[in-house]
Write a protein that binds this ligand. Sequence first.
Ligand code: FAD
Length: 396
Amino acid sequence: MAVDFTPAPEVAELAERTARFVRDTVIGVEETHDGVVPSEDVRRELQAGARAAGVFAPHASPEFGGHGLDMCGRAPVFEEAGYSLLGPLALNIAAPDEGNVHMLEQIATEEQKARYLAPLAAGDIRSCFAMTEPAPGAGSDPDALATTATRVDGGWRIDGRKWFITGADGAAFSIVMARTTGVPGDRGGATMFLVDAGNPGMTVGRHIPTLDESLYGGHLEVEFSDCRVGDDAVLGEVDQGYRYAQVRLGPARLTHCMRWLGIARRAQDIAVARASEREVFGSRLADLGMAQAMVADNEIDIHAARGLILRACWELDQGRNGGLEVSVAKTFTAEAVWRVVDRSLQLCGSLGVSGDVLLGRFLREVRPFRIYDGPSETHRWSIARRVVGRAGKAGR
Ligand SMILES: Cc1cc2nc3c(=O)[nH]c(=O)nc-3n(C[C@H](O)[C@H](O)[C@H](O)COP(=O)(O)OP(=O)(O)OC[C@H]3O[C@@H](n4cnc5c(N)ncnc54)[C@H](O)[C@@H]3O)c2cc1C
């Protein structure tokens, strides 16, 4: 089957408008605050700007005020938004809200859509996604899920501890993965629950200090102790949580790739500008072979990542699982983006590690991407199992 990745004219136009908005409005705010959103007021101002520029919520369906882009359509627009650390927040496509909007559109009931999805897609509230647990609970291995939900009169009782829950501080609700069948170590069944902020059984605890700081709302510990919710808090069907996690995680991994690809391009632009004006040893830095190699390797990484992202997006847009393609794109992009930012910083010399350019901030921000959304090793393990399994089936 022929595959054409040329964006539709309206997608290309939206990507262009997003690039202009990020350049003219967002980058100034980002540079003032060192890439870290300082307050709710700034978040709301950025989002008002995106709405005025007609670029807000490209992923949400028109029914919820968005542009309704499919995955291939999201790729160029999210990349342009990701050119600034604050672009995704401005467009309301930052993690974890963007992935939660996507999943709620797929599986929430009409009542849940009205109550949670509509205000989330509009940027009126924020959310978080609570899956990971401190050891020995769920991390790279979701089967280790230890948080439980047990049936009680009138609903459910949730007990357990989560950590690294991005955006939990200030989130109006959490989507919580809890075990409803089986024991840690066997897959059993998990269920997703919508838990409102202020539920007396949920405690949002410590902000975990991390290398990265730009994801709004921080990364937090969250504890559930005799946390009571009604049957209307169940998202989708009981025991289908692992299946729904894939509905969220496949696209969310790719949208993370798209956004970080934007930062890789920005780093390359900063480095190329510097190498074009900096004179060393009687020559422009950009004319010296080893510097050229770094510029060229950056460009190869950026192009290859973009191609792999689009290929995986296309699989998902065809309604296929795309697990292999998503793992390939995620692993390559997370590592390529790190290489590009690192080389760019190197090309800029001492300027690169200074606070006068944001390359040091970018480096800190992109490093954890090799761990969240599945560490590189987990994806390589999964890729190898699929490939070896395929060879086995073919009798090779
Ligand atoms: C910045 C940040 C934000 C996050 N936000 C969220 C969030 O919002 N919600 C949420 O639920 N979680 C979140 N997480 C958690 C994230 O999903 C987990 O960190 C990730 O799944 C890995 O789990 P773990 O940290 O427990 O690592 P572990 O499971 O302890 O794994 C440790 C290491 O083991 C290695 N490894 C893993 N699998 C294999 C394998 N098959 N073979 C060989 N080696 C392997 C890898 O090197 C891995 O880094 C976030 C994490 C970070 C860093």
